[in-house]
Ligand binder design. Structure first.
Ligand SMILES: [Zn+2]
Length: 282
């Protein structure tokens, strides 16, 4: 199911009935891995999941993959700069419906994304050849949707579940407790595969989602263990101890996710904060 990742070339990802193509954007990097995945699906009137950044060459690749067919729906998982800024221009060119949630007031958000109306959790969008169900999955950010292609039981996961890495949780808009709840929500769906915003298709949804939950809970235990050893400490010192398995250049991002863990633990009265120090509650 996973062909080589190459920017600009549509690759059919799915062996199901409905054609689904991945179009990799040429924006590889520390936070985007091989780049952002845009997905094109349908037979005649087409849908796009995550238009990606507003890069002319990526827009051209999407338009040429349409091969003269109409683009009728643009689904946006969330409004980070590597997922949604391409939407406005594509809508102007095609008249497609823009489906997603507006950007929250937070850092790294794309305010240019304006959905056509308000959309709800579990709402089902009837496209010509298929039905797409909207699953609200706050955590990575508050306005995150996953999209369930019902006929294929294929879930487009944006940055909620990634292949080859774990998502950064960006507080205060991102929320660790919400993130874990959103993962539990996905466990209730009968899924065949996951199509992530970065990386290749995941053929083992149940195992991958469970592994992600276990990973977060293990990290949370490590936070508590390190706090027990260090006592009251600033977040920087705690971060070095908790993320001793993470390369130096990623510690800044790790610290944001650590803060998300600490906020969750603070709400549960298991840690507290005093004069810039984080303190375990005995
Ligand atoms: Zn993101």
């Amino acid at each position: 199911m996973n062909a080589t990742l190459q920017a600009g070339i549509p690759i059919r990802i799915d062996s199901g009935q409905l054609p689904v193509y991945r179009l990799l954007c040429g924006n590889p990097g520390q936070m985007t891995g091989p780049g952002t995945n845009s997905y094109l699906l349908g037979r005649q009137r087409m849908a796009l999941v995550d238009p990606g950044p507003a890069l002319p060459e990526h827009r051209e690749a999407i338009l040429s993959a349409l091969a003269g067919r109409e683009l009728a729906w643009i689904f946006v998982t969330h409004t980070h700069g590597d997922h949604s800024p391409g939407a406005a221009e594509l809508q102007r060119l095609t008249g497609a419906e823009l489906i997603g949630l507006p950007a929250p007031a937070a850092a790294h958000q794309d305010d240019s994304f304006v959905p056509d109306r308000s959309y709800q959790h579990e709402e089902r969008i009837r496209c010509d050849d298929f039905v797409m169900q909207l699953i609200h999955t706050p955590g990575h950010v508050s306005n995150h949707f996953c999209f369930l292609l019902e006929e294929e039981r294929l879930l487009f996961t944006g940055d909620h579940v990634l292949q080859g890495t774990t998502p950064v949780i960006l507080p205060p808009d991102g929320d660790m407790a919400d993130y874990l709840d959103s993962l539990e929500k996905l466990r209730l769906l009968d899924l065949r595969a996951l199509a992530p915003g970065h990386g290749t298709v995941i053929d083992t949804p149940e195992q991958s989602i469970s592994a992600l939950i276990r990973h977060r809970l293990r990290r949370e235990s490590k936070v508590l263990r390190c706090m027990g050893e260090l006592g009251a400490s600033p977040i920087e010192a705690l971060c070095r101890a908790v993320y001793d398995d993470v390369p130096e250049q990623l510690l800044g991002w790790a610290q944001k996710t650590l803060l998300a863990h600490l906020i969750k633990l603070e709400k549960e009265s298991r840690v507290r904060q005093e004069r810039g120090l984080w303190i375990p509650v005995a």
